[in-house]
Write a protein that binds this ligand. Structure first.
Ligand SMILES: Nc1ncnc2c1ncn2[C@@H]1O[C@H](COP(=O)(O)OP(=O)(O)OP(=O)(O)O)[C@@H](O)[C@H]1O
Ligand SMILES: [Mg+2]
Length: 230
């Protein structure tokens, strides 16, 4: 492979394996995966429940460690980073929408969105301004002072998305971002997400069970029992 192609590759995963141990029993969840994702690509990860989608997303998002194998993000190899470098890299480059427990329940939509900006070192004033702008973009202008329990599922999903993109990440990782929504709301939420992904030229990896989403993305990676099903 020539250099130009290497640079173009946002994500390169080689021989990635992950297992969990429960007592004396070992479950092999990801088995020797090789994946390449180009810059700007929107990829859906599909597969039955328990096939390893969240596990894979957590490894790519540097939230967990593989047993073996290698993940290279934007030319940097995760294995080579110290813990401090990993946190910095994550804050600067990765936005994560979690499958569960999306938002901090004691904080409003505005505060939930502002927090990553403030951790990144922006002033309260600047974080607030930017958060209001993004929440407005996502149709949440009238929900900024609502806590998660005072928002609908779709509103919470959009707020989680606002929080994930506020620091302008290069890579968006979303774990079933429309998982607990009715189909129509899911389609509307995904439409907004997709527009922003394209507008900001993000690379996106989205775990989903939705046929609708899988038809809207550039490519589908199918996981079955921890292996890629071609
Ligand atoms: N922390 C853990 N300890 C032990 N086993 C785990 C752990 N996390 C996940 N597993 C197991 O690993 C397998 C893959 O789980 P994972 O959450 O990656 O699946 P998934 O494809 O995201 O499923 P779903 O579609 O239901 O979200 C499952 O069999 C699960 O029981
Ligand atoms: Mg999952």
């Amino acid at each position: 492979m020539n250099n130009q192609n290497m640079n173009n590759q946002t994500i390169s995963i080689n021989a990635l394996s992950k297992s969990y141990k429960i007592g004396s029993k070992k479950i092999d969840v990801l088995k020797n995966l090789d994946i390449k994702i180009n810059k700007g690509e929107i990829v859906a990860v599909m597969g039955p429940s328990g096939s390893g989608k969240s596990t894979l997303l957590h490894l790519i998002g540097i939230l967990d460690r593989p047993d073996s194998g290698n993940i290279n993000l934007f030319g940097k190899t995760i294995n080579d980073m110290s813990e401090v470098q990993k946190s910095r890299f994550r804050l600067k480059n990765i936005g994560f929408v979690y499958q569960f427990h999306n938002l901090m329940f004691d904080f409003t939509a505005l505060e939930n969105t502002m927090i990553p900006q403030m951790i990144a070192g922006f002033s309260k004033k600047k974080s607030k301004k930017e958060s209001l702008r993004i929440l407005d973009n996502l149709g949440l202008k009238n929900r900024t002072n609502h806590k998660p329990s005072e928002m609908s599922g779709g509103e919470q999903q959009r707020c989680a998305f606002a929080r994930a993109i506020i620091n302008q990440p290069n890579l968006l990782i979303a774990d079933e971002p429309t998982g607990n929504l009715d189909q129509k709301t899911a389609e509307n939420v995904f439409k907004i997400i997709k527009e922003i992904i394209y507008e900001k030229k993000l690379t996106a990896i989205i775990a989903t069970h939705s046929e609708y989403i899988s038809n809207q993305v550039d490519r589908v990676i199918k996981l079955v029992n921890g292996s890629i099903y071609e």
